[in-house]
Write a protein that binds this ligand. Sequence first.
Ligand SMILES: Cc1ncc(COP(=O)(O)O)c(C=O)c1O
Length: 385
Amino acid sequence: MILAKRMANLGTETAFEVLARAKQLEAEGRDIIHLEIGEPDFDTPQHIIDAAYQAMNDGWTHYGPSAGDPEFRAVIADHISTSRGYLVSPDNVVVVPGGKPIIYWGITALVDPGDEVIYPNPGFPIYESMINFVGATPVPAPLREVNEFRFDVDELASLVTPKTKMIIINSPQNPTGGVLSKDDLEAIARLAIENDIWIMSDEPYEQVLYEGEHHSIAALDGMAERTILLDCFSKTFAMTGWRLGYGVMPAELAAAIAKLQTNCTSCVTSFVQRAGIAALQGPMDETRAMVAEFKRRRDVVVDGLNDIPGISCLRPLGAFYVFPNVTETGFDSRELAKKILEEANVAVLSGTAFGEYGHGYLRLSYANSVENIQEALRRIKEFLT
Ligand SMILES: Cc1ncc(COP(=O)(O)O)c(C=O)c1O
């Protein structure tokens, strides 16, 4: 079969490939511990599920406006105004199926072939994939362990050229758990304003923060007009399978992205949007309990990894991932991830699944029980000693 040439530019998410291999091993009778996939192991809170049932029974089973249900857009606008601290109106909001479509459609709407887009590396693999897909040039900005996996803002500035159209930031970060400081965000904002650059601020882990408070670059002076803020319900409300997310951006751009949605999906499932209203307006205790549990697990996994010869691991401030340095084990990270799955029955990802600067690292998701995490650590330690 001869696919269109553009398909050669499309990347993928290795987590789904490793998950498939792990499932295959399970089907052969092996007992695999899953630390590869980035989704909360908690259930969606019951009041959100009830709201979806209610909405279906109330007839929310038809097409709706492409930009999203007006009431939902207003609730999101209020939520962002309060949580991020800048004024957002409903026409700044587009509701989409999950977080990913904002990455794809935001880049599609703003970036021309030949433009450059700076993105975090290691980082969520979909950024580089989408930049390549639209024919633009991906420019990796390294996140280094010595800098606690934050950008070196001077290095970031040195990557800017007259062709730079967009900088993508993500804090708290997947895969490292790194968090950008307010000073980092201010320096990036100055860079964006001085060089007329768009920012895509990917913030799905806004609630999964263990110290301090979340800052959004969109709230800084002069930034709302050049920022696409992305958030979704996947992590905060354990709703990965519902496919619900949104972007917040200047109204003219929101209208363009709604038009892309008209062309692709028409609109997001109507009763799922009603469940989204219940999520944002309902109690947050289950989210808070989930984050407290993630913090407990973070400490178990970090302490356990640091106890394994050849591995050292920073204690991340957010998200539910750790990114241990495995260079001292003597294994290449790809080979190590493969061996840990095939020989120790623990599914983890190589840091290289997140870009070239992931060499020498693994990524473990600790969205699994403390008991399973401890058993996984035992198996990895046994394998390496
Ligand atoms: C940094 C980051 N951005 C976006 C997404 C996409 O979220 P969704 O599953 O809602 O499309 C993820 C999911 O893992 C992520 O880690």
